[in-house]
Design a protein. Structure first.
Ligand code: F6R
Length: 259
């Protein structure tokens, strides 16, 4: 795992957007997995600025990580709508280059299998952006999710529902269930980039990066990925025992090529 500590969320956004831009240079039709929530927004803003300066996203493809179950089609907080607003509209990416699981399907189990097939037929995910829950989740793989899991229905923990209540009128409005790419699915992406900001994520980050590999901390699975980058602001890095070491490895990298 590569740990990069930057001063703030803006720097985090620039670094991750730079990695996406480098990828699109090499592979213009790359499949880029996006996350929702607050943390990745600076990445999408930085990508929009790069697009204004000439970055081409004309062939880029976008896929979704997870989705609430049961919100009506078009609900502003359904992740499909969030991705449409924050990513597709911003970056001029048309619907035919977007894929996501159908959380409003009558048969959600079939919708999960269909999404797995969609990702496979698309050639797999090249770059997956991840946030981390205060309980250590990635996607909506809550604690004790199997490291081998595929896209499926999960029940949110109370902690995650409380964390996400800020997007809804009340806690009662936060759905109980979600569809999420499984940990096994996420691990097949060719490059994982996990972002965390703020003190509220510091403990989960420390457990994921420096703790033992454990299903109780789903993000710890990144320790097994051949190309995983964790970009943290100072507050999210504040409980890492080896923060100075990570800073020194980043600064002295022999041939710095971005992330
Ligand atoms: C969202 C997702 C979640 C979030 C995590 C952090 O698609 O997969 O894992 O990344 O809950 O959310 P924020 O960034 O809002 O703190």
């Amino acid at each position: 795992m590569e740990i990069v500590i930057v001063p703030d969320a803006a720097a985090q956004g620039e670094l991750a957007a730079g990695a996406v831009a480098d990828l699109l240079d090499r592979k213009p039709d790359a499949l880029i997995g996006v996350a929702t929530g607050s943390t990745p927004l600076p990445v999408y803003e930085a990508l929009q600025r790069r697009r204004d300066r000439g970055l081409s996203l004309d062939r880029a493809r976008i896929c979704q990580l997870d989705e609430y179950v049961g919100l009506p089609v078009g609900h502003p907080e359904s992740y499909r709508e969030v991705v449409r607003r924050e990513v597709l509209d911003r970056l001029g990416i048309s619907d035919d280059r977007f894929m996501g699981p159908d959380g409003s399907a009558e048969d959600v189990v079939a919708a999960c299998a269909a999404y797995e097939a969609t990702l496979k037929n698309a050639g797999g995910v090249d770059f997956q952006l991840l946030g981390i829950g205060t309980d250590g989740h990635i996607g909506f793989n809550e604690p004790i999710s199997s490291f081998a899991s595929r896209t499926r229905v999960k029940t949110l923990t109370e902690q995650t529902r409380v964390d996400n209540a800020r997007f809804f009128d009340s806690l009662d409005d936060v759905p109980q269930h979600v569809l999420t790419q499984g940990i096994g699915t996420i691990m097949e992406a060719r490059h994982l980039v996990l972002l965390a900001t703020g003190e509220s994520k510091a403990e989960a980050v420390a457990l994921a990066v420096e703790g033992p590999l454990a299903a109780i901390v789903p993000a710890s699975v990144l320790q097994l990925h051949p190309h995983a980058t964790v970009i943290l602001d100072e507050a999210a890095a504040s409980r890492l025992k080896l923060a100075d070491y990570y800073r020194s490895t980043y600064r002295t990298k022999p041939s710095w090529q971005g992330i």
